[in-house]
Design a protein around this ligand. Structure first.
Ligand code: ADP
Ligand code: MG
Length: 703
């Protein structure tokens, strides 16, 4: 049968894998490459030339005509500038495709077209892309042809990071170095590095492309800016884990194939809570590669959707009143000799290394809750965090019954003498096997939950890069490890010192532990009593980047300089203002050109009807009723439209980036909500045939 998929053959077929390098490179060069990949350093110029040639030959054999330095500027998406492999033809007019080590290692895109915060003034337009040898090159295939993509970092002329990858790589080195100090204290002297592993679960919506194209708000803002709720929402829960529909199934199949070819281990797929919402999760991998792959997942989701007459919406809140989309960022740390520092084992109370690591993470999360919150901030995510569907905007740690019990014992007595064990789940049916229950239940409402042998950071937005959350996690945990190692390396009685330290960490930071319902109002109150920050918006979160605490942390571990942090805060404000500005202008445009004309037309139709009915002496009470209701809402919409125009113009005129972002958040967004309300009411009042755009029901129930 020809349609049997050979996944083993497909997998990584478009990737210049370590295996392919091994086959194609001379042994000595391959050894050098491996060494740099694993332990840093620089490739010699000669070796770089050899690698470049082998990479180019492989790419050309697979149809590539161009290469690109693929990078992740602070726009949150990836950027590429294509260069053909063509060179100057020789005397006889023959052209040989070439690619040098220099071209592999360094590129120079025009940096002025990417956000740089305040950095632009100091570095002008110069910026360099630098090859990231730890993330494999791959081939992208689309209408442009086949392009060799080389993952790169993007830095300014003076070395400041202008992207998301550079700080992530720096943070991985920092956490590795500090975690090594911890494992050494416990006798693990063989480990040479500690790797942060990440598995992101990606949620997304699919809508019919024809309908999408009739909604300017979806086109320009990625979310609906108007729309009355459908008669049925997600209350029946019939979609979640329901059978996958044919059209969606065929999309998922193509998506998996495309991802497997790119070396992405797409593993699970299912429907999500909302109708038209789905999820894909790959198997976890090294943080840096997981970040690159998540970008590829998002890009590929969109690309493949087009081939199926669908559009993939990655926005965190495409539809008001319907579940939004997030990205669960599963994170753990493992030594290169195979020990997961977050694996408690069967009896965590006896696993002192684990308890120390856990107490350090709790300390880090409590101390830097504001930074962690900031790392998950993006414009779309403001609609989710704190609403009753996503974790609250308050950072807390969920440990589950077993670990919570161990932590309580430690806090109370300084030692823990037992661990609650999972019991058997008795089904009561003789033909069903009784299964071992996990010692902890799930808690879906916590933003930072311990889930077996990893933490799951659930605040991240679906459209956002996962680079910042993981950079922040690595950084804050590196700091806590460093502080622990500083004490323990000097201790005369290690065993006593480590017990004391675990206890101190837990006592000082237990306020961040919360195992209850994170969606409840009671928690908001309780968190306030505990002094935990509740940062509601991206704009409020931005200043966390430049506090003294943050600058001290990031400078100490050489992840960000103060200047880089300031530029990132600035970019946050700019991004926020730009996004809300586009949304406001789109609303104004839709109101003026679509909604108001349609409604005015409808009132005329009603008025004509009334006139004709009156002429023949018929009753016009119903028609007059509708006309009066519609006219009243129309007047409200018109007034709200004017107010939105004024608020937007005013915000646009503000010079200071922070003040401008606040104006967009406080004034423009309020005016947007005020316009949406009467228009949504009108959608329910007027004839469906005159409504100018597809409804929520059309969009989410008819995919
Ligand atoms: P869920 O029940 O939340 O869907 P899964 O067990 O399916 O959780 O895992 C979700 C993600 O977590 C997957 O990408 C998986 O590969 C990843 N994951 C599993 N173990 C680890 C780990 N030790 N470190 C990081 N990520 C992990
Ligand atoms: Mg999950």
């Amino acid at each position: 049968m020809s349609d049997i998929l050979n996944v083993e053959e497909l997998f990584g077929s478009k990737v210049f894998t370590v295996g392919k390098m091994k086959e194609r490179l001379p042994k000595s060069v391959f050894k050098e490459v491996k060494k740099v990949m694993e332990h840093g350093g620089e490739l010699s110029k000669e070796s770089a030339d050899v690698v470049a040639k082998a990479m180019k030959d492989w790419a050309v054999e697979n149809g590539a005509t161009h290469y690109t330095h693929w990078f992740q500027p602070l726009t949150g998406i990836t950027a590429e500038k294509h260069d053909a492999f063509v060179t100057h033809p020789d005397d006889e007019g023959k052209m040989i495709m070439e690619f040098s080590g220099k071209e592999l290692i360094k590129g120079e895109p025009d940096a002025s077209s990417f956000p740089s915060g305040g950095l632009r003034a100091t570095f002008e337009a110069r910026g360099y892309t630098v090859w990231d040898i730890t993330s494999p090159a791959f081939l992208k295939e689309d209408a442009t042809g086949v392009i060799l993509c080389i993952p790169t970092a993007f830095c300014s002329y003076t070395g400041e990071a202008l992207d998301k990858k550079t700080p992530l790589l720096r943070s991985m080195e920092a956490v590795s170095e500090q975690a090594l100090r911890i494992v050494k204290l416990f006798g693990n002297t063989e480990a040479t590095k500690v790797v942060a592993s990440v598995g992101p679960e990606q949620e997304y919506f699919l809508v019919d492309r024809e309908k999408y194209l009739k909604r300017p708000d979806l086109i320009f803002a990625g979310r609906t800016l108007f729309g009355a709720p459908a008669p049925k929402g997600q209350e029946m829960e019939d979609h979640y884990f329901g059978a996958i529909r044919e059209r969606i199934g065929s999309y998922m199949k193509d998506l998996n194939i495309a991802l497997w070819k790119l070396g992405v281990t797409a593993k699970t797929q299912h429907n999500e809570v909302a109708p038209a919402q789905h999820e894909l999760a790959p198997i976890y991998e090294t943080a840096n590669i997981a970040v690159d792959h998540n970008q590829l997942v998002m890009e590929t989701m969109k690309k493949v959707a087009g081939r199926h007459g669908l559009t993939c919406l990655l926005h965190e809140k495409p539809f008001a009143g319907v579940n939004g989309s997030g990205k669960h960022d599963n994170w753990s740390l493992s030594t290169d000799n195979g020990v997961n520092l977050l694996d408690p084992g069967k009896t965590p109370n006896e696993n002192i290394q684990f308890l120390l690591v856990l107490s350090c993470i709790i300390k880090a999360v409590d101390k830097h809750a504001d930074l962690l919150r900031q790392s998950a901030a993006d414009v779309g995510n403001d609609h989710r965090l704190g609403a009753n569907e996503a974790p609250p905007a308050i950072i807390s740690v969920f440990l589950g019954e077993q670990l919570d019990d161990v932590v309580r014992q430690l806090i109370e007595t300084g030692s823990a003498d037992h661990s609650i064990q999972g019991s058997k789940l008795v089904t009561g049916v003789s033909t069903l096997t009784d299964i071992e229950k996990d010692a902890t239940d799930r808690n879906r409402t916590s933003p930072f939950a311990f889930t077996g042998n990893k933490f799951e950071f659930r605040m991240v937005g679906s459209a956002d890069s996962i680079a910042s959350p993981n950079t922040t996690l690595n950084a804050i945990v590196a700091e806590a490890f460093c502080e622990a190692a500083d004490i323990l390396e000097k201790a005369d009685n290690f065993s006593q010192a480590v017990h004391n330290l675990i206890k101190t960490n837990l006592i000082e930071h237990q306020r961040v532990i919360f195992n209850g319902n994170g969606y409840s109002d009671a928690w908001v109150e309780e968190a306030e009593k505990r002094g935990l920050p509740n940062i509601k918006s991206m704009v409020d979160a931005a200043s966390a980047l430049t506090t003294d605490k943050s600058v001290a942390l990031f400078e100490k571990f050489k992840i960000f300089t103060k200047v880089e942090l300031e530029s990132r805060e600035e970019i946050t404000y700019e991004t926020y203002s730009k996004t809300i500005n586009i949304e406001a202008l789109t609303m104004i445009d839709m109101a003026k050109k679509l909604y108001l004309p349609a409604i005015i037309g409808y009132t005329k139709e009603l008025a004509d009807t009334v006139k004709v009915l009156k002429e023949v002496g018929a009753d016009t009470a119903v028609q007059c009723d509708v006309l009066s209701a519609v006219s009243s809402e129309l007047a409200k919409a018109n007034a709200a439209l004017k107010a939105l125009e004024a608020a937007t113009a005013k915000a646009e005129g503000i010079e200071d980036a922070k003040a401008q972002a606040y104006a967009f958040k406080d004034d423009v967004k309020t005016a947007m909500d005020a316009l949406r309300k009467p228009v949504d009411t009108l959608e329910n009042l007027v004839d469906k045939n005159v409504w100018p755009v597809p409804s929520y029901a059309d969009l989410i129930f008819e995919v």
